[in-house]
Design a protein around this ligand. Structure first.
Ligand code: FAS
Ligand code: PHB
Length: 389
């Protein structure tokens, strides 16, 4: 088989890249390790930056998002009963869209099917060959048969545990990492959200998050030690901890119910440089991971796709390589700013084991300053709604 761009990974970044390239007349093949059902079972991101919203509309997959998504003009940061609202609309003129990553992925699969693009599911043993030549190719196994896919370029959209990043020799790469000593235990419940906007709650019992997928589907998280397992947490224990972290007025309006999904996600900040090796380009979680405190994971994958799709269209359609030559540095400039914001939100809102009373005072002072300074709130709002591409 031969194509112009081989895309490893059929998650949001691989699918969005395929969608944008095919709309511009660039041929792709997507190779996905899991079944479509498995990809669509994942519950992940919930907040879309405005740049992501515009990209999805440009890609022709914004209709259901616009019909079912919830524009949010602000969010709340709290410290026990002190609540500070960050009014994105007033401070930046922009909002964010609450619309689950699962729905974005489903919309992309539907659009890809309508375009008749090639997506191969349940592939195994993907190997990228000759990435530093002008004739790279990818081998993979499907139903026990080994296949070869010749291509002009390879996009590594295969997430943190994929093969693309590791195709670049370790001595050619630099890695930066911060692993946090806690995780987020998240649940979905068919209950009305306890607050109409997202609440990032800092309390003496640790961090908690109030979010949602729609008016009858709530998404909640609490900070847990890395040693905890999902089976350690009954629904009752979860609801009790969640309420203990939230401002009284939010906790009192909490409607509890059975969890329909429950999982623990570890938190890490990670960047791999560079994002390019010959004709292989890394995208999204394949090359960076952010703690979800800043709601940046999915959105950073989208900005990588923004830069790369323009670069690949120029390279394939006009033999103009300036975009692909600039891709890694351009994407990294934005990645590091989002990395900083996600790290800052995480350190500001979580309790770290063994921290002293000074750290507690710094957290309280940060929130107090936010409550008193429009400049501080504007800085947070600009980062949260998404810095320009
Ligand atoms: P993905 O990991 O989504 O997709 C990679 C795809 O490649 C997968 O479908 C995988 O099956 C496939 N693949 C892997 N190896 C392969 C191989 N060798 N060959 C072929 N295919 C291969 N972000 C937020 O903004 N907010 C959140 O609340 C949030 N919660 C998260 C919770 C969890 C448990 C995780 C893991 C991530 C969370 N994220 C969150 C981040 C997440 O949304 C990612 O940023 C987003 O999925 C990135 O998309 P991709 O880069 O496409 O990577
Ligand atoms: C979510 O709704 O899953 C969500 C919202 C905001 C975050 C992280 C996750 O920062």
């Amino acid at each position: 088989m031969k194509t112009q761009v081989a895309i490893i990974g059929g998650g949001p970044s691989g699918l969005l890249l395929s969608q944008l390239l095919n709309r511009a007349g660039v041929e792709t093949v997507v190779l996905e390790r899991s079944s479509r059902e498995h990809v669509l079972e994942r519950i992940r991101a919930g907040v879309l930056e405005w740049g992501t919203v515009e990209m999805l509309r440009e890609a022709g997959v914004g209709d259901r998002m616009d019909a079912e998504g919830m524009p949010h003009e602000g969010c709340v940061l709290s410290d026990d009963d002190m609540m500070v609202r960050i009014n994105f609309k007033e401070l930046t003129g922009r909002s964010v869209m609450v619309y689950g990553q699962t729905e974005v992925t489903a919309d992309l699969y539907k659009a890809q099917d309508a375009m008749g693009t090639t997506i191969v599911h349940s592939v195994e043993d993907v190997v990228i060959h000759d990435a530093t030549t002008d004739a790279p190719y990818v081998e993979y196994t499907l139903d026990g048969t080994r296949h070869r896919l010749d291509c002009s370029y390879v996009a590594g959209c295969d997430g943190f545990h994929g093969v693309s990043r590791k195709t670049i020799p370790e001595q050619k790469r630099r890695e930066f990492e911060r692993v946090y000593p806690f995780g987020w235990l998240g649940i979905l419940s068919r209950t009305p959200p306890a607050h109409h906007e997202i609440v990032y709650a800092n309390s003496s019992n640790g961090f908690a998050l109030v979010s949602m997928r729609n008016a009858q589907l709530s998404r909640y998280y609490v900070q847990v030690p890395l040693t905890d397992k999902v089976e350690d947490w009954s629904d009752d224990r979860f609801w009790e901890r969640l309420k203990s972290c939230l401002p009284t007025e939010v906790a009192q309006s909490m409607v509890t119910g059975p969890s329909i999904e429950k999982s623990i996600a570890p938190l890490r900040s990670y960047v791999n440089e560079p994002l390019r090796w010959g004709r292989l380009f890394l995208v999204g979680d394949a090359t960076h991971i952010v703690p979800p405190t800043g709601a940046k994971g999915l959105n950073l994958a989208v900005s990588d796709v923004y830069y790369l799709h323009h670069a690949l269209i120029d390279a394939v359609k006009k033999s103009d390589e300036t975009g692909i030559d600039a891709y890694s540095d351009r994407a990294l400039a934005r990645i590091w700013k989002a990395m900083r914001f996600s790290w800052q939100m995480t350190t500001m809102l979580h309790r770290f084991d063994g921290e002293d009373s000074f750290a507690e005072q710094m957290r309280k002072a940060t929130l107090l300053h936010l409550s008193q300074s429009e400049t501080a709130r504007r800085d947070l709002a600009e980062n949260y709604i998404g810095l320009p591409f």
